[in-house]
Design a protein around this ligand. Structure first.
Ligand code: NOJ
Ligand code: CA
Length: 549
């Protein structure tokens, strides 16, 4: 069966996002154009040909806004400007123009749950004092105890410690994350309007879509007395309808308003929700009259296990289809241990304990992790829906687990009182060349130290090496563009430890998560993550096969 041709670089196509491959750029660690150790727009513009050659449909830029970097830029001082260390608004326009010229769309990160404590409205709130309209844009409360010396509730911040901080006049403000990230009061009309203004500001500059940070936290039950809840770790919460802070039904009204803004544009702007909630609730954010997509995080959490993968895939596809959304797959991002390491560790490893041991215990099986990561990308890019890849995974980068304590930037390290090392190990600046200061990241150093083994993963080393991860990603992306179509897959009979499904056009996908070699269907092997053994697919490998007839 012939596959309908579609020009994926057609920037007027309103459905592009449904099956796009999006590359996440963490700007401060991608490429440094001026040698100050911090990635910037000049560096990014230089690398757009690399992204075009890789074959991705879009880039998602993690925050590049002015920020004190209390949380890697997710503490935004001004939603409608660029951090001078990263560049200027004019350079942002150049990023969009150069990306679009290369047929690559641009998605920006919107952080609506909290601003930074340096945002002009938070400064105004502090200056105006208790009871003022300025304070009402955030969540200020008097404390408990005889002199208000106790926080207004027992809520714990995601990064550890109380979710409340006291200001000099005695009131407390809410921050689900770091104290430098005060939460907005989304019941306030000016807050809602200001975010519409921000969405239009970037849409007017040509941005194609938005990634919505902690999308499930905006609507809160702040009625008095504040309801207690033992812990509010947004990545690991009970969502059972009782949580006063997360995944409340009212949040959807906000996104219906955003959808109306998106529809003012042609093609309509798109969005993807970051919502760490169970799949049946997650798809609500992805409905067509809301954000359209929500990250499928269950693959980020799943072990290398066929039954777990199958369950996640079946469930997610079914629910996304029912909601009129498309599934949004990913294995890695800037918040989690890189999957080339995760899959090289025994299933069930406590990743935080592993990081605290500097990667010593348990010992990572580097070759196994790499094999599995190669197989994983052939699964990721074969699934119906869109796929998100995180910068550096195409180079096969592993987690840098042995960063020295003194070098850590993540607020989690301090706030957890040194019981969690945090997320810096997946944010180390990329190696572009095997030699030179910071492996070609820039002409100076790198804001997080790179290990010597980064040299083997440099883009220049992998470029043209048929066996490299980079060439596998390129080949898979190029093929996907000719094969990928339709929202469905058909499961085929296979051993329990093997995933085998067919997409339309006779495209068969086989992933062997077991220990025995597995048979492939008769046909043309288009791509395999590892050499076949006597015509069989070895353990921890995947293949794409074209079956005709
Ligand atoms: C999720 C982001 O991905 C993470 O990096 C950040 O720390 C929190 N949201 C708070 O904005
Ligand atoms: Ca720089």
């Amino acid at each position: 069966m012939a596959v309908p041709e579609r020009d994926r670089t057609d920037l007027t196509d309103p459905t592009w996002w449904r099956d796009a491959v999006v590359y996440q750029v963490y700007p401060r660690s991608f490429a440094d154009g001026n040698g100050d150790g911090i990635g910037d727009f000049a560096g990014l513009i230089d690398r757009i040909p690399y992204l075009e050659r890789l074959g991705v449909d879009a880039i998602w830029l993690s925050p590049f806004y002015p920020s004190a970097l209390a949380d890697g830029g997710y503490d935004v001082d001004d939603y409608r400007d660029v951090d001078p260390r990263i560049g200027t608004l004019q350079q942002f326009d150049e990023v969009v123009a150069a990306s679009h010229a290369a047929g690559v769309r641009v998605i920006v990160d919107i952080v609506p749950n909290h601003s930074s404590d340096r945002h002009e409205w938070f400064r105004a709130a502090l200056a105006a004092g208790p009871g003022s309209p300025e304070r009402d844009r955030y969540v200020f409360r008097d404390g408990l105890g005889e002199h208000g010396e106790l926080p207004p509730s027992d809520w714990v911040s995601h990064f550890g410690g109380s979710a409340w901080t006291r200001v000099p006049d005695g009131q407390w403000y809410l921050h689900l994350f770091a104290p430098e990230q005060p939460d907005w009061n989304w019941e306030h009309e000016e807050v809602r309007e200001d975010f519409h203004r921000t969405l239009r500001f970037w849409s007017d500059r040509g941005v194609d879509g938005f990634r919505v940070d902690v999308a499930h936290a905006l609507a809160k039950d702040l009625g008095e007395p504040l309801r207690s809840h033992p812990h509010v770790n947004s990545m690991d919460i009970e969502i059972d309808g009782t949580n006063p802070l997360f995944d409340r039904d009212d949040v959807h009204e906000i996104y219906r308003g955003w959808r109306r803004v998106f529809e003012e544009y042609d093609p309509p702007r798109t969005a993807v929700a970051e919502a760490w909630v169970p799949v049946e609730r997650r798809v609500l954010y992805a409905k067509p009259d809301e954000l359209g997509q929500a990250f499928e995080f269950d693959l980020v959490k799943a072990d290398w296990d066929a039954a777990q993968f199958r369950e996640v895939i079946v469930d997610s596809l079914e629910r996304a289809t029912a909601a009129g959304a498309s599934s949004t797959w990913t294995f890695s991002n800037h918040d989690v241990v890189r999957h080339a390491s995760r899959f090289g560790l025994p299933a069930g490893t406590d990743l935080n304990a592993w990081l605290l041991s500097d990667g010593a215990e348990p010992v990572e099986d580097v070759a196994l992790g790499a094999r599995r990561a190669r197989a994983a990308v052939l699964l990721l890019l074969a699934l119906p829906g869109s796929a998100y890849v995180y910068q550096g995974e195409e180079l096969g980068l592993r987690e840098v687990a042995d960063l020295a304590r003194d070098d850590l930037e993540d607020p989690i390290w301090l706030r957890s009182q040194h019981t969690e090392k945090g997320r810096d190990g997946c944010r180390v600046p990329l190696p572009w060349t095997a030699e030179g200061p910071s492996f070609g990241f820039g002409t100076g150093g790198a804001h997080l130290p790179q290990p010597a083994w980064f040299a083997e993963h440099a883009a220049s080393v992998e470029d043209g090496d048929a066996g490299s991860m980079l060439e596998l990603y390129r080949a898979a992306l190029a093929l996907r563009h000719t094969l990928h179509t339709g929202p469905a897959l058909q499961w085929q009979d296979s051993a329990a430890e093997v995933l085998h499904f067919e997409r339309s056009g006779g495209w068969h996908v086989v992933v062997n998560l077991g220990t025995e070699a597995a048979p492939l269907p008769a046909g043309e092997v288009l791509l395999a993550s590892a050499p076949l053994e006597d015509g069989l697919l070895p353990s921890d490998a995947a293949a794409w096969v074209r079956v005709s007839g």
